[in-house]
Design a protein around this ligand. Structure first.
Ligand code: ASP
Ligand code: MG
Length: 339
């Protein structure tokens, strides 16, 4: 049986209605004949709320106990999701991290996955059930609950996808995919249909909170095909895989921006960006808009520049304009031909 892993982020599980909509998504995929394994995050802000709650008790909580507490958020989601699926008349079972076979080291708060034993999940799939695994949790050698670091449900999903030899690991969130830049800042930003592991790693590393860095590292290492999709729309999303954006010439695929303290750091992510011509073009584009760059460093996959805090947005727009081509207009003749 073909297996699909579907991971849902907290914003997609924030309310009972949303949980029901995501349950419908899973049921539709199951009806297509695939085995469905879901990995779910805690609803909305539950993890932060639990963390705040623990701080009201003590600021010196033991890491072990904090993990027991924080893992509760994902347990809530998994149980509610299984109930929602059953409510639609389809068999489902929720599993904790360890029941789903996630074994980790003992580093509470940022545990590393040491092994995944998919036996229980495979048994449940055989019984025709949709499996809902609680994301973010695992257990160490002594059976103690561990958590995989913030955003760790992504890692649960990719690790399960690998262990189950899933055809794809679908990551559902409230965004439509990866854009050439944040569309809130650059309205002309385009959604990218495909992004390479290398570019995605740079994007995750640059601090753009797109996906958990460890999860992307894991997916890249084991070549797990990812598909980033919107929870609330049926668009094509963005596929992450062994794509070659390359060609012989330098190419910018997308931008990220991080503002810290008094400066803005912009990253150009792509390939062959250490070619001297690129640095020149960046400097010229900035100068043309009257922005001064404080620092600029180049690596093949990423060019990083620092500018004044208030220059961040206009500079990002200017660089996007310089490096990302406008979509070619379809000529009238072509349109007529097709008719
Ligand atoms: N709930 C955890 C967090 O907020 C894990 C996750 O969302 O993936 O970090
Ligand atoms: Mg969360």
């Amino acid at each position: 049986m073909k297996i699909i892993v579907m991971k849902f982020g907290g914003s997609s599980l924030a309310e009972p209605e949303k949980i029901k909509i995501m349950a419908e998504r899973a049921v539709r995929i199951r009806a297509g004949g695939s085995g469905v394994v879901m990995a779910v995050s805690a609803p909305a802000d539950m993890t932060d709320d639990l963390l705040a709650l623990s701080r009201l008790i003590t600021t010196g909580a033991e890491a072990r106990e904090r993990d027991v507490l924080l893992s509760a958020g994902e347990t809530v989601s998994a149980a509610l999701m299984a109930m929602a699926i059953s409510g639609l008349g389809v068999k489902a079972v929720s599993l904790s991290g360890i029941q789903a076979g996630i074994r980790t080291d003992s580093v509470h708060g940022s545990a590393r996955i040491t092994a995944v034993n998919p036996a229980r999940i495979l048994r449940e799939l055989k019984k025709g059930r949709i499996v809902v695994a609680a994301g973010f949790q695992g257990a160490d050698k002594s059976g103690d609950i561990t958590t995989l670091g913030r955003g760790g449900s992504d890692l649960t999903a990719v690790a399960l996808a690998r262990a189950l030899k899933a055809g794809v690991c679908e990551l559902y969130t409230d965004v439509r995919g990866i854009y050439t830049a944040n569309p809130a800042i650059v309205p002309r930003a385009k959604k990218l249909p495909r992004v390479s592991y290398a570019a995605m790693l740079e994007l995750a590393r640059s601090g753009a909170e797109v996906r958990q860095f460890q999860a992307i590292t894991y997916a890249a290492k084991y070549r797990i095909p990812l598909h980033l999709r919107s929870s609330f729309e049926n668009g094509e999303g963005t596929r992450i895989g062994d794509f070659d954006h390359g060609g012989a010439r330098p190419r910018v695929i997308c931008f990220s921006m991080k503002k810290t303290g008094r400066s803005a750091e912009i990253c150009l992510i792509g390939s062959k960006l250490d070619t001297p011509g690129i640095k020149k073009t960046v400097k010229a584009a900035a100068a043309a808009e009257g922005h001064r760059l404080r620092k600029i460093t180049c690596a093949p996959g990423k060019l990083t520049l620092t500018a004044a805090f208030r220059d961040g947005e206009p500079l990002l727009k200017a660089l996007h304009e310089t490096f990302i081509p406008h979509a070619p207009r379809k000529s009238r003749i072509q349109t007529a031909d097709r008719r």
